[in-house]
Design a protein around this ligand. Structure first.
Ligand code: ZN
Ligand code: ZN
Ligand code: ZN
Length: 138
């Protein structure tokens, strides 16, 4: 009885590790942030069939672990991207949806200290994304 239970747990563990690896590799290879349905479709293309609950559970855990970050483009769709250990921001084309990564942290430091000065807030995180037309769409 004991032995049977252990082997069940073990096989579940192996399967979820495999699924987790598939999720992360999809996000690692992505050109830009992906929504949960896009992530699910990409993982299914790798012949894995996680249900919606598994997808959301994985995404939440990976965000908490700092492996993924949530990106908000203000269109009501939550997107996720691999952090690659580097925090950055995005310029999003509203015409073709192209996403360009931008690094503006030194400049943002000044903005954040101004926010702190005006509000007295101790800032824990920020989301800053830019919207307009890319070079190809101007
Ligand atoms: Zn464009
Ligand atoms: Zn990004
Ligand atoms: Zn930033």
């Amino acid at each position: 009885m004991k032995g049977k239970m252990a082997s069940c747990l073990q096989s579940f563990g192996t399967r979820s590790t495999k699924t987790k690896r598939a999720f992360l590799s999809v996000l690692e290879a992505a050109q830009g942030p992906l929504s949960a349905p896009e992530i699910q479709a990409a993982v299914e293309a790798a012949r894995l069939h996680p249900n919606k609950t598994t997808v959301y559970r994985f995404l939440d855990a990976a965000v908490k672990a700092g492996e993924l970050s949530v990106v908000d483009f203000g269109d009501g769709v939550k997107r996720y991207e691999h952090t690659h250990g580097a925090h950055h921001h995005h310029a999003v084309c509203t015409s073709c949806r192209a996403v360009t990564e931008v690094t503006i942290e030194p400049q943002l430091e000044k903005v954040m200290s101004e926010v702190t000065r005006q509000s007295g807030f101790s800032i824990e995180r920020h989301l800053v994304e830019f919207f307009g037309r890319c070079k190809a769409c101007v």
